[in-house]
Design a protein around this ligand. Structure first.
Ligand code: ATP
Length: 801
């Protein structure tokens, strides 16, 4: 028997023992869950039987109330206990399937004994043997597994650092309780297992990487020192995976203070949200709150505006190059996303403290009750040292009082009499009960006809003034729309130019005309949405989410300086993890764009990440940047091919996994391109490749591709409105595929006419980097220069499929 065989046998024996112990525990907890379920059902059924209801006098009412309360508490506690037992059961069943994936043997300095630490997705302690059979991957000691090769090692505990030696580091593949493979590993966590994992086919859901987290990724997962952690990582370097593992880690480490409700993940779109939704539950954790920036804009502005989304903006950028307004819009987007524009907003708000506030007339039945001028006079009559948002609150109180007086005066108006007569039975009844609630002296009610008329008129006016009151409470008397528009009007120019350090773009006048025209149409361009909301908050006071303690922003490179500033105010008590890749910054407003000429945001050797404004915003001492350069998603051939497209020769290292070279296919026209794509799809499917994406430049091009392909082969068209997808052949614009990955990616039309502008390079790069195993690029006549410039050995070229 070889050493390996002996070790294998020992490991199998241990595995069986652990599986047995877990099984016993599964049975115990299963029984407990059943008992708790029965008790909960009984309590539910007998709820009223255990309560004596007596309502004869205040004491009895109080007693009844207390008894109901107590009984409810009993139910709540029972349900909580039941849920806990059910969760534990699920966790144990998961452990029974795959108890652990790693082991380290560690000898603490100064001690003789070597302890074997087995690491799994959660810990398992057996009362009978008083032994930890499995340690949670997030426990301090588990850090040894991810951070150290065999040799000297240390880990931190709440009580201080523990030094010692890692004698052995071993990895396992265990499925359905069966040992499938076992490796002793050296420097990194086993290439073999990682190779196997990465070689697998793509899924329509992301997988957890807990068993193969790499050292550099582990640092990010466990970093708890910084207020803001920025991760600049190459395409496929595991940013999203790491972000999710980090959420699980933080929830474990701070389990008494942090839970899923205190964490928010901003992701690029709903499709992506669904793609990652199973990772945390797979680890036994509840999903954090997931949202998109667009969802928030929609929530805040959707009722007032037709808010453009980022994809529509993107489509415009990709398709409207011949529009005479194109250059102006581009310039407007850049300026409105910049630091300079935040400064403008802040100064504008200060200016409004002195002059130029715009209000809306408070109107009722066509007549002005309180005019804009009266509102303005009152506003500027308030002590000027009081800040804007507080003044607005004072104004609200004043208006509500005024409205009361106005309502009183309104009661004698003719319309009130008419309305009183028209009250139907239900309303009359309602008026009666409303008055009853207000009048304690019941005998006085409907004392005589005069009294009745008085009370009814009061009711009618009250009801009719209700919308006005609501408007005032929601501060709708401030004309935010006009205030934002005012910024772009001629008379504001001198104000803007007087703001220190502000240099308006050369085409500012044209930007202003365009913006005003759009606002007049009730269209809110994506680039105007955040500034308008920011202005709104400067005036009305910032709405913030104080219970959120950690915000994770994926695809952070696509957020503007303005958006970051806004998010900081939205989550004032939150730590932030920002994960991005400057090479995938595809939006004009992005932190780092090829077109951006803002000094702060250009990726230069002295500013190698393009996140300077984020650092300025949060403070250098509070911020840390970690780079990930190893790419795990794609084969070595695909990584070498795609990285050569990047102008700055990025230091991206492929993981050691080989595959076919990317294939570049020339077609003579769209018909031959379609035929080649169909032949290719058939061949890929015949090979057993299941997840295939056909990526186009625009949504319209996706539609065309779909129309051409679907009669011959089953394909699904994905649009920005889709929330989930399944395996199969999918067609979508490249920008929608952000963050996703597929076994094979086919680029629909990579002709020179399609991808030519420098600003399209990153989009093209993003599209190509979605491929795990195969990348096939189709074009008509002339190939895009992004590929032409590459070394011809990096890919195979073919005329037809
Ligand atoms: N340590 C790891 N072990 C196993 N698989 C990994 C590991 N790190 C990354 N991967 C895999 O690599 C692929 C890319 O990971 P992920 O999507 O998290 O990268 P990303 O940096 O967010 O990519 P992109 O920015 O291109 O969208 C995924 O399939 C992920 O499971």
């Amino acid at each position: 028997m070889t050493m390996h065989d002996r070790a294998w046998n020992e490991e199998e024996q241990r595995l069986r023992r652990v599986a047995g112990l877990i099984k016993t525990r599964v049975n115990e907890v299963g029984q407990l869950a059943e008992q708790r379920l029965e008790t909960a059902i009984d309590t539910n059924r007998d709820f009223w039987a255990d309560i004596t209801v007596n309502m004869n006098n205040p004491d009895e009412i109080m007693e009844t109330y207390t008894s109901i309360n107590q009984q409810s508490m009993v139910m709540v506690n029972q349900e909580r206990d039941l849920l806990h037992a059910e969760d534990t059961l699920k966790q144990l069943l998961r452990l029974h399937d795959t108890p652990y994936f790693g082991r380290i043997d560690f000898t603490e300095s100064g001690y003789q004994d070597t302890e074997s630490i087995y690491i799994g997705t959660s810990s398992f302690f057996d009362e009978a043997t008083q032994q930890y059979w499995i340690y949670d991957w997030r426990a301090p000691i588990s850090n040894l597994f991810y951070d150290f090769p065999p040799g000297p090692a240390s880990y931190k505990t709440p009580g201080g650092q523990i030094d010692g030696t890692v004698e052995l580091k071993r990895q396992y593949v265990i499925r359905q309780g069966e040992m499938k493979a076992m490796f002793d590993t050296g420097i990194t966590i086993g290439d073999e297992i990682l190779q196997t994992m990465l070689g697998q086919n793509a899924d329509d859901r992301m997988k957890s990487i807990v068993a193969t987290i790499q050292k550099e990724q582990n640092q990010i997962i466990r970093d708890d020192r910084h207020q803001v952690l920025i991760v600049q990582g190459a395409a496929g370097s595991g940013k999203t995976s790491v972000a999710l593992q980090r959420v699980a880690y933080l929830m474990y480490k701070h389990r008494n203070t942090l839970n899923a409700d205190n964490m928010v993940l901003f992701s690029p779109n709903d499709l992506f949200n669904s793609y990652i939704s199973t990772v945390l539950p797979e680890l036994g954790e509840t999903n954090m709150q997931q949202t998109t920036y667009q969802q928030y804009l929609q929530y805040r502005l959707g009722s007032r505006y037709n808010v453009e989304d980022q994809y529509t903006q993107m489509e415009y950028r990709l398709t409207a190059r011949n529009d005479p307004a194109y250059a102006i819009r581009q310039s407007g987007i850049q300026f409105k996303s910049s630091h300079a524009f935040i400064r403008i907003m802040d100064s504008y708000a200060q200016h409004l403290e002195q002059a130029d506030m715009i209000f809306k007339d408070l109107r009722f039945r066509g007549k002005v009750l309180i005019s804009q001028q009266q509102l303005s006079d009152y506003f500027y009559g308030i002590d000027p040292s009081i800040k804007l948002s507080n003044r607005v609150q004072l104004m609200k109180d004043w208006l509500l009082k005024e409205l009361k007086a106005l309502a009183k005066a309104e009661r004698t108006e003719a319309w009130v009499k008419e309305a009183m007569e028209l009250l139907d039975k239900d309303e009359y009844q309602k008026a009666f009960s409303t008055m009853e609630e207000r009048n304690t002296d019941q005998e006085q009610l409907f004392y005589d006809a005069k009294q009745e008329a008085f009370l009814l008129s009061r009711y009618v006016v009250h009801q009719n003034f209700q919308p006005l009151r609501r408007k005032i409470k929601k501060l709708k008397f401030i004309n935010i729309h006009a205030l934002y528009k005012q910024l772009f009007q001629e008379h504001s120019r001198s104000l803007l130019e007087s703001i220190e350090g502000t240099l308006l773009p050369a085409d500012w006048e044209a930007i202003c005309l365009q913006t005003v025209a759009q606002l007049d149409n009730q269209q809110l361009a994506f680039e105007d949405a955040t500034p308008l909301l920011y202005l709104n908050e400067l005036i009305e006071g910032f709405q913030s989410y104080n219970t959120v303690r950690h915000v994770i922003i994926d695809e952070a490179q696509d957020y503007s300086a303005f958006q970051f500033t806004f998010l900081k105010r939205l989550f004032p008590r939150s730590k932030m993890t920002l994960l991005g890749d400057m090479n995938q910054a595809i939006y004009t407003n992005s932190t780092v764009t090829s077109e951006s000429n803002e000094k702060n945001n250009v990726d230069t050797p002295s500013n190698p990440h393009g996140y300077n404004h984020v650092i300025e915003l949060f403070g250098a001492g509070q911020t840390d940047i970690i780079r990930l350069v190893r790419s795990y998603r794609s084969t070595r051939e695909i990584v070498e091919f795609t990285k050569a497209m990047l102008p700055n020769g990025e230091a991206i290292e492929p993981f050691n996994r080989n595959g076919e070279k990317p294939l570049v296919l020339r077609a003579t026209d769209i018909n031959s391109l379609t035929a080649s794509v169909i032949a290719d799809l058939n061949a890929l499917q015949a090979e057993g490749i299941q997840s295939i994406a056909i990526l186009t430049k625009t949504a319209e091009e996706s539609r065309v591709a779909y129309e051409r392909l679907f009669p011959s082969i089953p394909v699904a068209l994905i649009t920005k409105n889709d929330h989930s997808f399944e395996k199969g052949i999918l067609i979508m614009p490249a920008y929608l595929a952000k963050g996703l990955e597929f076994d094979a990616v086919l680029l629909w039309n990579a002709s020179h006419s399609q991808y030519d502008q420098e600003s399209e390079r990153k989009l093209f790069y993003t599209a190509c980097t979605r491929a795990m195993h195969r990348l096939h690029i189709f074009y008509i006549d002339e190939l895009t220069r992004f590929i032409l410039a590459l070394n011809a050995h990096a890919y195979n070229h073919s005329e037809t499929y």
